[in-house]
Design a binder for this molecule. Sequence first.
Ligand code: WTA
Length: 659
Amino acid sequence: MNDKIESAPHEGRSFAPPATFSETAQPSAAALAALYREAAEDHSGFWARQARRNLSWKLPFTQGLDDSHPPFFKWFADGWLNASYNALDRHLDSRGDKTALIFESDEGTVQRYSYRALHAEVCRFANGLRTLGLHKGDRVVIYLPMGPQAIIAMLACARIGAIHSVVFGGFSADSLRDRIRDAGARLVITADAAPRGGRLVPLKDTVDAALAAGYDTVRQVVVYRRNGAAIAWNREHDIWWDDVVAGQLAVCEPEWVEAEFPLFLLYTSGSTGKPKGVQHSTAGYLLGAMTSMQWVFDPRPDDVFWCTADVGWITGHSYVCYGPLLNGMTQVVFEGVPTHPDPERFWRMIAAHQVSIFYTAPTAIRALMRNGDELPRRHDLGSLRLLGTVGEPINPEAWMWYHRVIGNERCPIVDTWWQTETGAAMIAPVPGVVAAKPGSCTRPLPGIAVDIVDEQGAPVTAPYEGGYLVVNKPWPSMLRTIWGDDARYEKTYFGQFGKQVYVAGDGAHRDEDGYIWILGRIDDVLNVSGHRLGTAEIESALASHPRVAEAAVVGRPHEIKGEAVLAFVVARGERHAAVADGLAAELREWVGTRIGAIAKPDEIRFVDGLPKTRSGKIMRRLLRTVGRGETITQDTSTLENEAILGQLCAAEARASAAA
Ligand code: WTA
């Protein structure tokens, strides 16, 4: 079995919520118990009640879950609604002047949008999109910097029933083109160029490169003028954002859509080379984003929420764009990075904007922790009352630092486990009720039927016994399919234990208190700085280089990034020549242009061959062991070429000597 299922770190410390927090927190212990009870009694009815209470419907639904064609589940299917109406319009009477967004740019300028102002911008842009000829069901790729325009673009798409697919600005032209093509996008929305961490990201140039070989389905490219950078202009296709909204009305009748109508696609890495277009529904997704926000973050009217994720990832969809707005919250939106202009940026911003709920990634915490306690202590972090983490397991040391230095030992920490596919947080402590343990995401939220099972699908009951993390019942915010590939959806997520059991791809175990501990991915997916990367994707990028015969990629523990990318490469020609003439550096750049900078291997080792079984399968587990410098304990008798092993170990010895 995979090593991710066997390992068992123990952590004994437990932190109950401070009494001052629990006294007023929602849900309270009693309310939470009632939610679990309700969900256990009637799963579909529970979610139906939540959907009636939380969402505004144009046409009410009559049925909760439709599970007549597993694993293609439907929720609230005969209801009609609109996502942007739910995020904006329904707040206008009660809190139209409330600040929705506090945007801080990379350079540090601040801009605020009230709910009314954001609504007006969304309507204008939505009317503009309609004028461009966009209709319900058209796909729109958004390749924008993190900022209000990204949110406006997403909500404007939702307003007219266009399906948005946001691509993170760090992806390369090749990756962008693949996504544009797979989605069959009619429109691309981008910016001229955007500063990030003091450097300029040439977004429009990248879009041009992505479309250089042909526009395919793309009719137009909308360009937001972020900073006036010089760009090439294609008169046939390019149009300025300002011209799209010029003269448009600040009201726009929403396109009402069926509950199951796709709200967005978001591409994510899987265990094969091709990224998957994870397809989310409208109503179910919105409900998950909304209720999880309520249960996990205890939102109050005067909170200032800050989720540091980019909208290019699912966290930015659910806890920047949709969740906070659905709940009528005020939030900080940040264009930059935590270390620019200096590693005090986060702490300075928390103090400046009086942030009360802060949600970030373990990798950022680890990076900032390295700079010591002194930097955060220079700032008044007294506005904070709740902290959160997402994206990867947090090591207890980083958790304790977050708790002690950032939370001043008075803020609960919510460690939220979820995925692009789950749409919303699934396993996380309800902060006023559930005691936290450093490194555990604790318990499933109400209405989420999580379990841990063995190879046969039988529940694992013994504490610390590892197994597959699964979800036994459909939940509203689950993905509906992989865009254009129902078969892959079925095989990837429901192929192992039947059509009712969603397999998350993570290994996990419970402790003696029933707390869940995530042990990491058990498929060939890496988690680097909280970002998902498929090993197969990086391997095929490497193998497409003319001087590479074969490549295998594995993860290796990394102090800050969580996992680092280690590539074993068989070069064409002589190995030592390859090292000498800088092929490693060239290959790193090559992967950067094929996929994006985040996928560049941290280390490349040239070898004469890869360890394979006699049937030709690469023995990744062996490579992982070697890459970690651990003693090989697995059975190597099935190795086709045992001499390779000695070479791999020698390469490892050289690498650690060099380090
Ligand atoms: C990992 C990010 C441990 C996990 C929201 C999952 C976590 C993958 C946690 C999904 C957590 C996410 N503790 N591991 N709190 N949150 N993961 O799709 O391996 O980018 O399968 O979604 O991140 O990554 P994705």
